[in-house]
Design a protein. Structure first.
Length: 215
């Protein structure tokens, strides 16, 4: 068991002051670790792999809000559609359509975030500014509710670069709010860069290793 209670307490305190939601990223970590953090009051958890999420969801308290933060393939949406709280990483229109379809089947509206490509690495996924504008202005989805944006900064020691990327995402977010009233979630910031992300306007951080130890 490797939950870092001290880090949890101090992060909670920091975030509480700025009204930022903490998603505890528990990928690869056992259900027992999640339960420990849950018992301390944490209810939002993030997972990257569909099968792992489905398994953990069946073992753990039903009032956990499960965030899917990994790369989601369209053919896997159906497994998490009945219970997922928020899908962070929507990177294609076909996935969005599938979320809408599965929302309909499950008789619920599924909240999701469009992932934006802000990093220098080509290997990271996401939409660009034009694509986001197109998606938001033809908002045709009744059961997929886009409530914000998500992004990952470059994996870099260059903090100026990271800050610039977060600022770019925040700017896009502010523009998107004008197109879609109800937009309220900007998911950016991880263990290594969440303080910067909050300074640049994040409303939701995804923190794993500071809470659960290295993977
Ligand atoms: C793993 C992961 C995180 C958490 O990373 P840490 O550096 O451990 O805090 C956050 N967001 C995404 C998308 C991830 O895949």
């Amino acid at each position: 068991m490797s939950v870092n209670k001290q880090n949890y307490a101090s992060i909670r305190q920091e975030l509480g002051a700025s009204n930022v939601t903490l998603v505890a990223v528990s990928k690869i970590k056992p259900a027992g670790d999640i339960q420990q953090l849950y018992d301390l009051g944490q209810h939002d958890f993030g997972e990257n792999y569909v099968q792992e999420l489905v398994e953990k969801q069946s073992l753990l308290p039903t009032d956990i809000r499960w965030h899917f933060i990994g790369h989601l393939q369209s053919n896997k949406v159906k497994y998490i559609a009945p219970f997922v709280h928020l899908i962070h990483g929507v990177t294609s229109v076909s996935t969005l359509k599938e979320i809408n379809k599965q929302g309909q089947k499950n008789n619920r509206v599924i909240d999701c975030l469009l992932q934006v490509h802000i990093a220098q690495e080509e290997t990271k996924f996401g939409f660009d500014a034009n694509e986001i504008e197109t998606i938001l202005s033809n908002n045709e989805y009744t059961h997929a509710n886009i409530i914000g944006l998500m992004g990952m900064a470059s994996f870099s020691e260059d903090l100026t670069q990271v800050r610039t990327e977060f600022a770019t995402l925040k700017k896009l977010f502010d523009q998107a709010v004008l197109l879609k009233p109800g937009f309220n979630t900007l998911s950016m910031g991880m263990s290594g860069d969440y303080k910067l992300a909050i300074e640049e306007g994040s409303t939701m951080v995804r923190i794993g290793s500071l809470l659960f130890g290295n993977r």
